[in-house]
Write a protein that binds this ligand. Structure first.
Ligand SMILES: CC(=O)SCCNC(=O)CCNC(=O)[C@H](O)C(C)(C)COP(=O)(O)OP(=O)(O)OC[C@H]1O[C@@H](n2cnc3c(N)ncnc32)[C@H](O)[C@@H]1OP(=O)(O)O
Ligand SMILES: O=CC(=O)O
Ligand SMILES: [Mg+2]
Length: 352
């Protein structure tokens, strides 16, 4: 392990200084597109105005014989499209694949100055991040980049979950972690055949009533992902990086998608992936604090004065801890409003 004194030292001569803190940039939805798919590529300029993050996907969902087309398509799109303040990310192929080396060599040297974050799939432990960290430093030096590229890990193997705290702390490049429920289910040998969301068989049942074990017993479906999301949030927050829910594959079921996203939002995630244009709006709605919550949070902060002590507001006790929760909501609302004029207007109207 490197000495803590060396943690912020560049890993190659000529590479940019690592960041000391991960800046918070709105990333309510990380919208996936296939850069080699002409129809999707054509929608990128329009989507740049709608999504917080656009991600050119090179890994799963891209056929083996379309990997090069996707990589080259991303280079072209990054050079031609004006992204404004929308972030451009990529998901490279997994570290054990035949494509990842060319992904990194090509992308960092050709469009390293346009990319904000590189998502690394199937991360098993901190050693995977160390490998990418050093390679990126070498490539940044070769490309003459002045800003370091950031790294985002997908939590989608059982080993990755077992090592999530070390992964989060593995490099100053670590920007965040997303839950990858599809690969994680396979890695864990869960008996599901879907991408994220719940399962009707994962439930608890109320106790028997009288002699019957059949009648009058209600069942409640449980959240398959609660433990992993909660653990990921703690690992990320402890390391000063950002947690995300990943994909929800039932594109038709916008209702359950919204539920899954909201669970993640309430537990501390800052965003989720969107796989289809219609999921962009769901993520935008869910990961932006509701206007009424922002108004309430501002009332609590005002009523609490210097933030210490206890007061009653609408019959509810407020103290030093609730004021901190309210500060989280207000800080997030301010950051998002600065990027999203519609949201800013909704907040203003609600507080009038
Ligand atoms: C487990 C994981 O790793 S999840 C991450 C990997 N998976 C992905 O990235 C999947 C990304 N999404 C997709 O590939 C597609 O949305 C699919 C295959 C799920 C559905 O695609 P389609 O059947 O074409 O959906 P649909 O017919 O509703 O599309 C409507 C339009 O939106 C476009 N579109 C669909 N998805 C996207 C997208 N992610 N980005 C931009 N445009 C899209 C389609 O090209 C189509 O365009 P058109 O109107 O010009 O013909
Ligand atoms: O890559 C995402 C997943 O769920 O697997
Ligand atoms: Mg995956």
């Amino acid at each position: 392990m490197r000495s803590p004194k060396d943690f912020f030292r560049p890993l190659a001569v000529g590479a940019p200084e690592p960041l000391r803190q991960i800046p918070f940039r709105p990333s309510r939805m990380i919208h996936f597109f296939d850069p080699g798919n002409e129809k999707m590529a054509a929608k990128v300029p329009d989507m740049a105005g709608k999504a917080d993050v656009l991600l050119g996907n090179l890994e799963d969902a891209i056929q083996a014989d379309r990997k090069e087309a996707a990589r080259n398509g991303l280079v072209r799109i990054a050079r031609e499209v004006d992204f404004g303040d929308t972030q451009l990310w990529t998901r490279v192929n997994s570290l054990d694949s035949p494509w990842v080396l060319d992904d990194l060599l090509t992308l960092v040297t050709a469009i390293g100055d346009k990319l904000d974050v590189i998502m690394v799939p199937k991360v098993e432990g901190p050693e995977d991040i160390h490998y990418v960290d050093r390679l990126l430093a070498q490539l940044e030096a070769r490309a003459g980049l002045t800003e370091p590229l950031l790294v985002h890990a997908i939590l989608e193997t059982a080993s990755g979950v077992a090592n999530v705290e070390e992964i989060a702390l593995a490099s100053p490049r670590m920007q965040g972690i997303s839950l990858g429920p599809a690969d994680l289910a396979a890695s864990r040998r869960m008996k599901t055949t879907r991408v994220g969301g719940g399962h009707p068989g994962y439930l608890v049942r109320t106790d028997p009533v009288g002699d019957s074990i059949e009648d009058g017993r209600t069942t409640y479906q449980q959240d398959l992902w609660h433990y992993t999301v909660a653990r990921m949030v703690d690992a990320c927050v402890a390391a000063g990086i950002l947690p995300y829910y990943g994909p929800f594959g039932d594109i038709r079921d916008v209702v359950a998608c919204e539920d899954q996203f909201r669970n993640a939002y309430l537990l501390g995630c800052v965003g989720a992936w969107s796989l289809h244009p219609k999921q962009i709006e769901i993520a935008r709605r869910v990961f932006s604090p509701e206007a009424s919550e922002v108004v309430w949070a501002r009332r609590v902060i005002e009523a609490m004065g210097d933030g210490t002590g206890a007061v009653m507001l609408d019959g509810k006790m407020q103290d030093d801890a609730t004021v901190k929760q309210c500060q989280v909501i207000v800080a997030l609302a301010d950051d998002l409003a600065a990027r999203d004029p519609e949201l800013a207007a909704a907040y203003k109207e609600a507080s009038a």
